[in-house]
Design a protein around this ligand. Structure first.
Ligand code: GCO
Length: 255
């Protein structure tokens, strides 16, 4: 079916947390490369609106409304996809939250909640997807990490630990699933212009820090993740496994 290395026609991608933000931008890019998209979000209204926008743009969009921490809902969503004959060829584990608070003021339940949403969900959804990819002998898993997969910033400890875990989960997936034709990789976005980061963008000191610390001297735009996402979702990356590709304007590469 695919006529070029980056052609995703005939493939279906499930993108978690894709009603908005980075997930929506990556899903849009995968759709423009030919993939059918299973959009996910926990809010039914927001999810339906996102799916309608995809269909208005001429893309094939399915809706899988579930909370990524609800294991039963995840299993039920995959069973519905199975029943509809929709095979997830590409999984983008994107859903995540941010919580900015010093550790000495951080409640253990808040720590657990960030890890549950940002890390454990990628394992649970990855497991459901892999159980179906392995018999097919092929699949793509793209976990969304962060600069904090490799470098820490004060006041975002649970997010940092979760994103560090995302990098190592990606390698664990490679260790177990590569022999079955599945490529598991990660994308590490830099400081991107998203709702999650709006408070930072609006903070003149933080905005100046990002622009000064980033060799590209600017924030990233969500659509700038699409190239890495399409690469890792396509045949172009069939021999790439266990990697994290930073799309960060060079921030991690330079002191
Ligand atoms: C923060 C930001 C970061 C970015 C991104 C950087 O509070 O420092 O939210 O975590 O969102 O993860 O890669």
């Amino acid at each position: 079916m695919s006529t070029t290395l980056f052609d995703l026609r005939g493939r279906t991608a499930l993108v978690t947390g894709s009603s908005r933000g980075l997930g929506n931008a990556m899903a849009r890019g995968l759709a423009e490369a030919g993939a059918a998209i299973v959009l996910n979000g926990a809010d039914p209204g927001r999810l339906s609106a996102a799916a309608a926008a995809f269909r208005d743009a001429g893309h094939t969009a399915h809706e899988a409304c579930f909370d990524v921490t609800d294991e039963a809902a995840i299993a039920a969503a995959f069973e519905r996809l199975d029943a509809a004959g929709i095979a997830v060829d590409i999984l983008v584990n994107n859903a995540g939250i941010q919580l900015r608070r010093p550790m000495v003021e951080l409640a253990t339940d808040d720590w657990r909640r960030v890890l549950e949403i940002n890390l454990t969900s990628a394992f649970v959804i990855g497991r459901e997807a892999a159980r179906r990819m392995i018999p097919r002998g092929r699949g793509k898993v793209i976990n969304i990490g962060s600069l904090t997969s490799d470098a820490a910033r004060a006041t975002v400890a649970p997010y940092t630990v979760a994103k560090g875990g995302i990098k190592m989960l990606t390698r664990a997936m490679t260790a177990e699933w590569a022999e079955h034709g599945i490529q598991a990789n990660a994308i590490g976005p830099g400081y991107m212009l998203t709702d999650m980061n709006q408070a930072l963008v609006d903070n003149p000191a933080f905005d100046a820090w990002v622009k000064g610390r980033t060799p590209s001297r600017r924030w990233g735009r969500p659509e700038e993740l699409v190239g890495a996402a399409v690469f890792l979702a396509s045949a172009a990356s069939d021999y790439v496994n266990g990697q994290i590709i930073y799309v960060d304007g060079g921030m991690l590469a330079v002191l």
